[in-house]
Design a protein around this ligand. Structure first.
Ligand SMILES: [Mg+2]
Length: 334
């Protein structure tokens, strides 16, 4: 197994729970299994996965990739496990002569995966223009960052978007900014504006508070909550209508697919998002989403957040969706 570090500059600095970062540091993982090559990507994100040093060490300690995936030596290194899994699955899909999404179990051919646009914090007019641009580009759903401003100011922003974009699926992401009391006040107002989804309204530890917000006209999505709690615990607490699955944080596209299937078996939906990964992990997340029937718009429109990438033209957005590679494995060989 070969491990090669890379650094991808971001188009603009990204605020994370662990501070602002200006680049994505990760590792390409290359395996050869029964004579077939596979490539994976481990791109740890501070606050969401193990730190880069731990990831690199975990990868370099691996002697046998398939054995490492079966044991729990990568239990504390989800990004490393993601990289190895993707490489092994890529090789296996190539050996089977299938595109990765079919190898993962997609029941049928899938041309593309719908994605949402994400609009950051800004004044109402600016937010509405950004949302309108996204709709004009063909995005079926727009997600607005909220919770930076007071709730009344966010409502003004959402109203401005709704006036300009009467039909688009609107989602808001509070990244845990609201108290239970604030959320109980604001959710009915979101429902009145036709907001379909509110992501992580309360802090990541909260389970009961999220459960209480369900059934009020807006689907409750849990994202950061999956850092604090296992998917099983979130489902058991009935805390979410939708689980936001980040393969890099969950330890691989195989694990993320298990989470999606477990949730759906209990009548809870799931969607897939990247952690602003490079082209290989992003393509893997697209295959994962493509393997799930009738998946709602996913958070996979992240290629543009990188100033340069591992490979250009891979898993990029075209008219509000990301085309699914139909060649063998994850991405076409160079
Ligand atoms: Mg989120």
């Amino acid at each position: 197994m070969d491990v090669e570090p890379f650094s991808l500059p971001l188009s603009r600095p990204l605020e994370t729970a662990a501070g602002a970062i200006e680049s994505r540091e990760g590792f390409l993982v290359e395996v050869t299994i029964d004579g077939v090559d596979g490539v994976g990507e481990a791109t740890p994100l501070p606050g969401w996965t193990e730190p880069p040093e731990v990831c690199g060490r975990a990868l370099r300690d691996i002697e046998q990739p398939r054995t490492a995936l079966e044991g729990d030596e990568l239990a504390d290194a989800p990004a490393a496990r993601h990289g190895v899994t993707l490489a092994v699955l890529d090789a296996a899909a190539r050996a089977a002569g299938q595109p990765l999404y079919r190898y993962l179990g997609a029941p049928e051919h899938r041309e593309s995966v719908p994605v949402n646009a994400t609009v950051g914090d800004g004044p109402p007019a600016e937010t509405a223009s950004a949302a309108e641009n996204a709709v004009n580009e063909g995005y079926p759903a727009v997600k607005l960052k909220v919770g930076v401003r007071p709730p009344a100011a966010d409502i003004d922003r959402i109203e401005a978007v709704r006036r300009r974009c009467p039909d688009v699926e609107l989602r808001v992401d509070a990244n845990g900014a609201w108290s239970g009391e604030t959320a109980l006040e604001i959710v009915p107002r979101l429902a009145a504006l036709g907001v379909a989804v509110v992501e992580q309204p309360l802090s990541a530890e909260e389970l009961a508070g999220h459960a209480e917000l369900r059934g009020r006209g807006v689907a409750i999505a849990v994202d950061e909550g999956l850092l604090e709690h296992s998917p099983r615990a979130v489902l058991a607490a009935e805390a979410a209508d939708i689980l936001v699955c980040k393969p890099m944080a969950l330890g691989g596209i195989d694990r993320a697919r298990d989470v999606v299937e477990t949730a759906r078996a209990e009548g809870i939906d799931a969607l897939v998002t990247t952690t602003i990964d490079g082209a290989i992990a992003r393509a893997g997340a697209v295959h994962l989403a493509a393997s799930v029937p009738e998946i709602r718009a996913c958070g996979l429109a992240t290629a543009g957040l990188l100033a340069s990438d591992i490979r250009d033209g891979i898993a990029t957005v075209e008219g509000g969706s990301v085309p699914v590679s139909q060649g063998k494995g994850n991405i076409p060989p160079r």
